[in-house]
Design a protein around this ligand. Sequence first.
Ligand code: PRT
Ligand code: MG
Length: 214
Amino acid sequence: MTAITIALSKGRIFEDTAPLLRAAGIEVLDDPEASRKLILATNRDHVRLIIVRASDVPTYVQYGAADMGIAGKDVLLEHGGAGLYQPLDLNIARCRMMVATPEGFDYESAVRQGARLRIATKYVQTAREHFAAKGVHVDLIKLYGSMELAPLVGLADAIVDLVSSGNTLKANHLKAVEEIMPISSRLIINQAALKLKRNVIQPVLDAFSAAIEK
Ligand code: PRT
Ligand code: MG
């Protein structure tokens, strides 16, 4: 039988995907949180998982090193989506892409006055498009993590980051001032693999589609 490789990140995406895989008859045999293995076997001989950084999932699928994968819309917008077929919003790992500032910062009035804002973010493409559409001039500062720190130490006026419970913002005396977009994770498929391995990929796609919470 044609073999397929599915790329996933551990943590919330793996946790939310395991029930969907189960619905497709795929049981993962190792626990990615406990195991140091990067290639995980499943109960189906022809299906294996690879565990990669969330932001690397589209790259593995784009180049066909994985046939399919699951990635957040945040990650897909930064990647650009080249070579990827994105048939399904899985409605998992949901959160919101937000602009956030220190509690005492008057964002509305800074925007109204046409101030130039320094924005720290991991999501430079999304941030650039958002502020360009609003006509706000920004200097974007690329960070790779802990964006919440940037306004606290004078690196930036505001951040663009993902928010789910809001606890991280609150703990750092920041407030969300604008929603950019809701975020969830999508199934992505290598365009060539979809044609060449449709016999294996289509049933997984159908099972996911039937199992997702609308
Ligand atoms: O963690 P790592 O640096 O390896 O990579 P990653 O953060 O890209 O991966 P991971 O596994 O943490 O997230 C994978 C995907 O989950 C992201 O691409 C999003 O699509 C989605 N997701 C859903 C989130 C969140 N919710 C989320 N809350 N990703 C990150 N966060 C972070 C956020 O950046 C902030 O630092 O959680 C913090 C805020 O959480 P609250 O609950 O305090 O608001
Ligand atoms: Mg993370």
